[in-house]
Design a protein around this ligand. Sequence first.
Ligand SMILES: Cc1cc2nc3c(=O)[nH]c(=O)nc-3n(C[C@H](O)[C@H](O)[C@H](O)COP(=O)(O)O)c2cc1C
Length: 411
Amino acid sequence: MSVLRFLTAGESHGPTLLGVLEGIPAGLALSEQDINQELARRQRGYGRGGRMQIEKDGVRILSGVRWGQTLGSPIGIEVTNRDWENWQENMAIAAPEQNAKSVAVTRPRPGHADLAGMLKYRTGDARNILERASARETDMRVAVGAVARRLLAHFGIEIYSHVIRIGKVKAIQVPSDLRELRERAEASPVHCADVDASRKMMDSIDAVQVVGDSLGGVFQVVVHPVPAGLGSHVHWDRRLDGCLAQALMSVPAIKAVEIGLGREVAERHGSQVHDEIFFDQEGRERDDAFLWRDQRWLTAGGFYRRTNRAGGIEGGMTNGSPIVVQATMKPIPTLREPLFSVDIEDLRPTAAGVERSDVCAVPSAAVVGEAMVAWVVASAFMEKFGGDSLPEIAARYEEHLLSLCPQAEIQ
Ligand SMILES: Cc1cc2nc3c(=O)[nH]c(=O)nc-3n(C[C@H](O)[C@H](O)[C@H](O)COP(=O)(O)O)c2cc1C
């Protein structure tokens, strides 16, 4: 069982989204604002549909926090749905007085959960499926991930993402400095660190929007700095690469996950894939530093690599280099110019149904991806250093850092 657990509940047009987080230690500073700023990041992004204007999400922390700090008890989170007033009848808890068949969604969209869910749950109304399959659910994942981020940030571990491809347009001029990369991606409407590619990505989104089509793409998530030793080689469900792949693949519309060089390893020789090992006597060659007590920094010495083709993970464990993962998102299934489908009511050919929809959601998916990565890394962090309160965890963490960096300097 993972040390950290969360559950979410809520339909896309229901009154609220709920989250319950378990295992977050006591003593972590946490505010609603910490979570809201992440929710706002998910809502941005060129290519998103009209719903984003309605949502403007804000969170309410219902439990597990007192006077600005976590208590160690389950954290309850709620995001109310501002669109609910328009859906009260259609999404009512009580059975309708009249026959509600007229509002049933009977034309399943290819690529969405509609038909598979109707067959599985034996319903003739795809709304019973799509309300939960809708990516609105990922809003709560971002809220949950924001708490995991706070925990990691307390120990100086940061997570960010950038879009590296939308449709056929690839990011090429990507800064190697991670802070610059982050700033540029945050400033881009498509969350891409390459200014020129950003413009071309927006053009290609405009082009598919005109013809009623949609676009997918690829984003990268980076975790830095990361101590060596998170995850494990000993069991299939403790390998960090496997956990990250599962978590990212669980994001709706993600169809491939790669770590480090990813699929490119297939075509390279071993000497061009593996990262050579060096030892830094002075503690000066590595560009990372770990947050130490009282906001001071520990400059890491010890083992390091000059390349990071492995994406920071070897044998299912972090090796001290940044974690680098990529996820590929398919184009949005809801099309304004719909594909063929079959009407469930009369089994005749028909055009698929159309819901209000995004044209491209890769920038938002990147923020959801960050949240999932944050949760997995925080879970591995707790497995390695866990305790009930932050001081206990800090003591274990600091002891581990010193074992990794015998020549460490505290600044
Ligand atoms: C952030 C985000 C936004 C999405 N927005 C839409 C959307 O507006 N319309 C749509 O049809 N699918 C959207 N999707 C994708 C569907 O949720 C997804 O394709 C569907 O649940 C089926 O799951 P699958 O693609 O993994 O098979 C979005 C996904 C994400 C991650």
